[in-house]
Design a protein around this ligand. Structure first.
Ligand code: SAM
Length: 242
């Protein structure tokens, strides 16, 4: 029977590979999953697909897995990026966790004029993404960028990316309408902070060629809700849910 537990491993995965476990991973297997030596686990690294591996040794300081066979070939996730203004408290962790489950491949915290939280704990966010990827069955972990000022974000924009600017003011197209005609190779969902975008930020964004202001419905969503709703809507018409 195929093992169900999954672990993200940074090393190369191939038949017979010996995979080192660090102390945190060993702790997870011993104390959380209570895995005895000899049991099997699924491992993935974002490049070589998913493999079954046997736990050959484990202690508080670390351990070793032995790579057995590939269980799933590596998939390519759609280039769906989330550029979001961080919010207060642990809702930022929740946003990156849900963005991972919803299939985002790049996550960029964006600092806008009204963003209250201007620093994020990059290591903690990445750890949350890894946990979410292990849980939801993904074969990759999103890339989490350091925080970027809004102006730098659209200046450094990827050339063939379409930015869906979640703009709660004004009557805008839906995400389905904005993705109806164009099938861009990269779609970036941009959402604002609790206080929204300033009029000047909105004017600059709406003036950019690769930016489409989109509506997320008739009600004002909380900043975190907007990220979940927006990603789900993109996936349902453009990404890997179709
Ligand atoms: N300006 C909002 C207000 O009047 O309360 C506050 C911003 S809202 C809490 C946070 C962000 O979620 C917005 O900047 C926008 O990106 C997104 N958002 C919320 N509701 C939306 C909607 N109905 N359509 C498009 N974007 C929305």
């Amino acid at each position: 029977m195929k093992p169900s537990q999954r672990l993200f491993i940074k090393s190369a995965l191939n038949q017979g590979a010996k995979l080192r476990l660090d102390a945190d991973q060993a702790h997870y297997l011993i104390n959380v999953l209570r895995m005895p030596v000899g049991s099997e686990i699924l491992v993935f690294n974002g490049k070589d697909g998913e493999w079954s591996a046997e736990l050959v040794s484990v202690s508080k300081r670390g351990g070793e897995l032995f790579c057995l066979k590939q269980t799933r070939a590596q998939d390519i996730v759609p280039e769906l990026w989330l550029a979001f203004a961080p919010v207060k408290g642990d809702r930022v962790d929740y946003i990156v966790e849900k963005a991972t489950e919803l299939g985002a491949c790049v996550i960029i915290p964006i600092i806008t004029e009204r963003t209250i939280v201007r620093k994020v704990n990059h290591e903690r966010l990445l750890a949350r993404c890894i946990e979410a990827a292990e849980q939801c069955g993904r074969l990759s972990v999103p890339e989490v960028f350091p925080p970027l000022p809004l102006s730098a974000f659209y200046d450094q924009r990827e050339d063939d990316a379409l930015i869906l600017f979640a703009d709660e003011a004004g009557d805008n197209m839906t995400i389905a309408q904005s993705l109806g005609e164009a099938k861009p190779p990269i779609v970036i969902l941009l959402t604002g902070p609790e206080g929204g975008f300033t009029p000047l930020e909105r004017e600059k964004l709406r003036g950019c060629e690769h930016v489409r202001p989109v509506s997320l419905g008739p009600r004002i969503l909380r900043a975190d809700t907007a990220t979940f709703a927006g990603l789900a809507l993109v996936q349902s018409v453009w990404g890997d849910w179709t």
